[in-house]
Write a protein that binds this ligand. Sequence first.
Ligand code: ANZ
Ligand code: ZN
Length: 876
Amino acid sequence: MDFERYNARETEPKWRKLWDESGTFRTANEDPRPKYYVLEMFPYPSGRIHMGHVRNYTMGDVIARYKRARGFNVLHPMGWDAFGMPAENAAMQNHSHPAAWTYANIASMRGQLQSIGLSLDWSREIATCDPSYYKHQQKMFLDFLAAGLVDRKQSKVNWDPVDHTVLANEQVIEGRGWRSGALVEQRELTQWFLKISDYAEDLLRSLDDLARWPEKVRLMQANWIGRSEGLLVRFELLPTPRAGATEVEVYTTRPDTLFGAKFLAIAPDHPLAAECAETDPDLAAFIAECGHRGTSEAAVESAEKKGYYTRLKVRHPFDSNWLLPVYVANFVLMDYGTGAIFGCPAHDQRDLDFANAYGLGNTPVVCPPGVDPAAFAIAEAAYDGDGALINSRFLDGLSIEAAKEEVARRLEAHALGNRPQGKRQVNYRLRDWGISRQRYWGCPIPIIHCEACGAVPVPAGDLPVELPKDVSFEEPGNPLDRHPTWKHVACPNCAGAARRETDTMDTFVDSSWYFARFTDPWNAAAPTTAALVEQWLPVDQYIGGIEHAILHLLYARFFTRAMQATGHVGALREPFAGLFTQGMVVHETYRSGAGDWLYPADIRIESGPSGRRAFLLEGGEEAAIGAIEKMSKSKRNTVDPDEIIETYGADTARWFVLSDSPPERDVIWTEEGVQGAAKFVQRLWRLVGELVTLAAKLDAPMPADLSEPAAAIRKAVHGALIKVEEDIERLRFNRAIAQVHDLANKLSAAVGAIESAEVEPDLRYAFREGADILVLLFAPMMPHLAEECWARLGHETLISQAPWPLADRALVVEDTIALPVQVNGKKRADLVIARGAQTGAIEAAALALDAVQRALEGRAVKKIIIVPQRIVNVVV
Ligand code: ANZ
Ligand code: ZN
């Protein structure tokens, strides 16, 4: 027997080379077999892959290999989400060019991904920073523009007054620019928007059709779209010399609480606020102060509630003697609803915090069920639950729903000026998608600005608008803007002097259609070939991190609709039929006595009676073991995939990241765990070696009669096959792995039970079949080892191209038995029943069969004869 060790380091590259040279994973669009499209979210080329990538891409690879074996024409491509800020930051630091940095990273990461043994069709590789990709994106932008799906409007940006640059929300830290530390200002810039809000209702409703998406993600998207039904209410302003306006319109989803109103509040950038500020320098200062914070919603939410009393008052819609003060408040957003609210402190926490700060009091108007209205009071916590209306005149006693309806009905019927005072309205939180970025490393927006003609699309024949290569990052701001020549062009319309748009597109645009481009990346004339998009899409299984649950997936869903409207995707509506969000790879953290984070690679773990202790490899100093956390550079609790693959081989890494926990949960990376996986690789290799010596020849037929041990082996093998199939279909990779362990144990035991050198043909057959199936079962997870074992078993084809074995299900249901049932000697039915069933149970079950009842024709049963394990005869 051949007990030499399996050498992953030598074996793995050999098979990868063979796969590569023989084009094993190349996918032909013309292939007539049914399609299966499996896609993992493509990586940002940051420089190196991390264990999270290994886990994500291994999951996709298992599915791809399994589906290929099941006879599908599998599309499993890879590319690079290659535009973005880190490249510019690196360029600033290293005085290099973002393109050089990005392409170097792509080259090294491609090598890393290849070393994992992923069954990818590399001939379809795309990089979004490549003009051959973004050219088409520019074309689609122009198509969207022509179709009315693009808007140009003013929008706020975070402006760093020291660096003279626009900041992304993530670059605003506690109201200050991340590099300059300067107080951020909000500036209005004219920017490009994609009209995703046109599709708000469709994007929301269609979530119901995404049956193979996690419920959680659908919910997150629904919340993000944020549909609400409410009422627009116009409040009459008391005449004052301070303002020309005569009314303020608010949007409310709680018109039932109108009798609990204590104030009105308008956004700092509401026109009425500006009007008042003209004669009120303190208000002007307050408004300016509100501008010193990020534009992000989080920034708004977390800020302390502050307001400024304008000295304006409005009349309550149901009581002209009831006046409410009007505040400018920092928690009211201009771009939602009408930019103005009425505040009901008793039933809204923000309103309550505000009212408590400014001494405005509160009146509860909804009383919880079972609570005495007289005793119900609100102090620090607003009540937003269900109940009946109180303190609300004609609404008293109504439910919230009924009260909302009543208020809407009355205000719609009541006129203020010559219009109804109230109007029902559906609102969405979803805003149009601002795609303008004042950065270099992105897809240029293909527009030319002309004094005479306005914003003129770049003619399609002039695409791509390529980024200039000679740029410097020595100064802050957008290098496209500073470039001496790039932006100066002739107007395509009037040939007059004009200038290019210097903004580039948000990188989320790049990732909103790459999955469609993969279906025909060779098309130089158009972004897609619609027929091929229809052939391949939707993606059958999309896999990625939960962090993309909202933006990326929503943008991609919108983009698909916009591409449909402009003829780029045929009839496709939803891009991803199945979605899976995988858990993270986490690791213990270690700290030195001085408090510095330490790499796991520099640590030795000792397990003793007092538990696990960590020591520095060098010097032996004891290190503190800290919490298990997501692998991150900042805490140094990372393991380098390259090192793991170098030490143990890719198969071990693949096996381990899939093995210990369900794929949607985090997996804890431990040295012990990896070693366990590595040991199992050797075990499989030894077992296959033993099976080779016992197994029948490749094409030996199955003997007619099988002995008990041979039958038992077959049962175990087919049982495992059926379970692994189910587990992979349901993405329960950890359970599939447990099945392989189990089968390996059973086969080892069967091998161990062999006593004489003379092995009967039926056992030889069972070992042959068992060995082949065992290897086929772990092939999706450990493809290199599987190829080597497959060859060792005498196969001359690649296991990567071998069909999935056909399970013999009859072997597995052997706990039940089929008994023919006769009535007066004539067979009427088969009874499937537990093999060990008692006489009484068999009699009752036989009589209960429809066919038997029919044959009895109502006659009384005289007796029932049962020949055990053979036949049942009912005599009448
Ligand atoms: C009165 C009221 C009473 C409200 C109450 C809530 C609770 P959704 O569901 O997200 O649509 N609102 C409206 N426009 C706003 C803006 N521009 N900035 C900040 N807040 C705004 O939320 C609608 C509710 O959010 C509205 O209903 C309004 O406050 C507030 F017990 O009106 B409500
Ligand atoms: Zn012009």
